[in-house]
Design a protein around this ligand. Structure first.
Ligand SMILES: [Zn+2]
Length: 98
């Protein structure tokens, strides 16, 4: 499945191809290396141009250009946000030597 293949890629810092800001996500093959899209710009692309109009861009277009939501952009994978080693591996009370 395409989704699971994408999930193997690391979440990294990316430039937003739309506004040039920083965002986090997984590289999508249709974007230049180091580029993705930020959540603000995705939200903007989904907004209609006028009150009754269709969204600026279709979900198909967004998928083609920017990838899968939650995987390539708007990532929610907290497991990748890690500061140092997990405490149980260095805590002697939880990991007694004998
Ligand atoms: Zn942006």
């Amino acid at each position: 499945m395409e989704e699971s293949k994408e999930l193997l890629k690391p979440i990294r810092s990316l430039f937003c191809a739309c506004c040039g800001g920083f965002t986090r996500g997984r590289q999508w093959f249709n974007q230049d290396t180091g580029y993705g899209i930020c959540s603000d710009c995705i939200a903007w692309l989904r907004k209609p141009k006028s009150e009754t109009g269709p969204p600026r861009e279709s979900e198909d277009y967004i998928r083609d250009c920017y990838g899968i939501e939650g995987i390539n952009f708007n990532v929610t994978d907290k497991a990748q946000v890690s500061y140092g080693r997990p405490s149980h591996s260095i805590n002697p009370i939880l990991n007694p030597i004998n």
